[in-house]
Design a protein around this ligand. Structure first.
Ligand code: SF4
Length: 469
């Protein structure tokens, strides 16, 4: 039975994490096929908000074509005596959680990256209007955050209106991010933590500092402070920073203690500014992935919206699978775009000096924060589509990583006898995003496998059958 009798589908935490495949979807709102999409929360004066009002600008769910993707905006406007504009980021992030409580309604990502799907089954049960979604949002927001006294929700599907408001939303996000820049981690004694994503990644804890924005890019240190202030027992909480144990890697005693507690003992040490050793965990909401490319000893970065394969032949989705789940995976690191603008960005690994490839779109967005002498030395998809092309580009541009190749020659060249070296150089390498094998009646799939073999024998099945006969 539904949590709300007047809503045609069930609503509850159990639906968080539910995925809706393309074949099962009634409609898609936002997502990778649509350029303009956003969600925005605004704190308003009481007289500007009509409590309970739900507005739909453009076609409603029942008027949309089955299987199509639509531009989409959600605007949540709230008022309350104790509400401050600093809470906007945190209120906005809850849209994700509350939409996911609705049976057959999926919400991914945040801000300008939102991706929602309504499942056919829920549509057939009667979930055919944004009125229902708005009602659920109103009730959940007001029951979980009682400082919201008045709330109105607007759903925008008219492409012209989405486009207009999208531009404004981008400016508002930027203004929030600018505010959080400038403050240093060493200057504060409190950080903030967030476990909103534990429903998807049970051991994940975001540690939000002035110089390490949350993985989703939606919660700054200021947002964290505001959220922990109004709801200290909620998913966003204070972390007493404690002693600085390593200033380069970003290890703090208070962070270790809290993360250990909040991950139920699973994660005992976190270094905030590195992708190796004990890196910050990655949930699944990260805006991008920094992935280590051993062939050049550098990092590639790819953002969620990048549709092509990256320079190592893998798409964002495969790299994200290797990164997500609340784990600490060496060389696979979930990041937000705003963290790339931080002076602490992968500080212990060499920062921008170690970055060798990223999509042009991301480069444009963070260009002013990359040291000027490096901007043209970091490849994009226009400069390199394969590792071999990347090596040539980095050498031509004299990227700092090239000096490292010379300074630290590969051990195989220095210490291995020539005959072994020759053999090593001819060892074939198979790289595959998924590699199915069959053995003893079972199908084994190796994901992101790299297999080194002395010899590879490829024999056609036809030949085998002929041989057996
Ligand atoms: S990515 Fe981090 S900050 Fe963002 S909602 Fe998830 S746990 Fe919270």
């Amino acid at each position: 039975m539904s949590m709300f009798k007047d809503i045609p589908v069930d609503v509850g935490v159990i639906y968080e994490g539910e995925r809706i495949r393309r074949n099962d979807m009634q409609v898609e709102l936002g997502g990778p096929d649509v350029k303009e999409k956003f969600e925005l929360a605004r704190v308003k004066e009481p007289e500007e908000v009509e409590d309970g009002k739900i507005t739909i600008l453009g076609p409603d769910l029942k008027d949309m074509d089955i299987g199509k993707s639509y531009p989409f905006g959600i605007l949540v406007e709230v008022a309350g005596a104790k509400l401050e504009p600093e809470l906007e980021g945190v209120i906005e992030r809850r849209i994700h959680a509350y939409c996911n409580y609705i049976e057959g309604f999926m919400h991914l990502n945040q801000r300008y990256d939102i991706w929602l799907r309504l499942g056919k089954k829920s549509f057939q049960k009667g979930l055919n209007s944004f009125q229902y979604i708005g009602t659920v949002l109103q009730r959940l927001f007001k029951s979980e955050l009682p400082i919201i006294e008045k709330m109105q929700v607007t759903f925008i599907t008219d492409p012209k209106k989405v486009k207009e408001q999208y531009g404004e939303a981008l400016q508002i996000y930027e203004a929030r991010d600018v505010k959080a820049r400038g403050l240093k981690d060493e200057e504060v004694d409190k950080f903030y933590g967030c476990v909103l994503c534990q429903s998807f990644a049970p051991t994940h804890v975001c540690v939000i500092t002035p110089q390490r924005y949350s993985n989703c890019g939606a919660i700054s240190w200021f947002d964290g402070r505001a959220a922990a202030g109004i709801d200290p027992k909620g998913p966003v909480f204070t972390i007493e920073r404690g002693e600085q144990l390593d200033s380069v890697k970003g290890e703090y005693s208070g962070v270790n203690e809290v993360v250990k507690k909040k991950s139920l003992g699973e994660i005992t040490k976190v270094c905030l500014y590195t992708a190796f050793g004990s890196p910050h965990t990655s949930c699944g909401c990260f805006e991008g992935v920094a992935f280590y490319i051993p062939e050049v000893d550098g990092f590639g970065i790819v953002h969620r919206g990048y549709k092509d394969v990256t320079v190592n032949g893998l798409p964002f989705s495969t790299l994200a699978d290797s990164t997500a789940g609340g784990r600490q995976v060496d060389g696979f690191h979930g990041v937000s775009i705003e963290y790339m603008r931080s002076p602490k960005f992968l500080q212990a690994d060499g920062g921008w000096n170690r970055v060798v490839w990223l999509p042009k779109e991301v480069k444009e967005r963070v260009k002013n924060f990359i040291p000027a002498e490096l901007v043209n030395k970091i490849a994009t998809e226009e400069n390199a589509k394969t590792i071999d092309e990347l090596k040539v580009f980095l050498k031509d541009q004299d990227h700092p990583i090239v000096a490292k190749w010379k300074a630290e020659p590969e051990p195989v060249e220095e210490t291995t006898p020539k005959e072994v070296r020759d053999e090593a150089q001819t060892i074939p390498v198979i790289t595959a995003s998924t590699l199915p094998m069959t053995a003893g009646g079972f199908k084994i799939i190796l994901k992101d496998a790299k297999i080194y073999a002395k010899r590879v024998i490829i024999r056609s099945m036809k030949d085998e059958k002929t041989e057996k006969r």
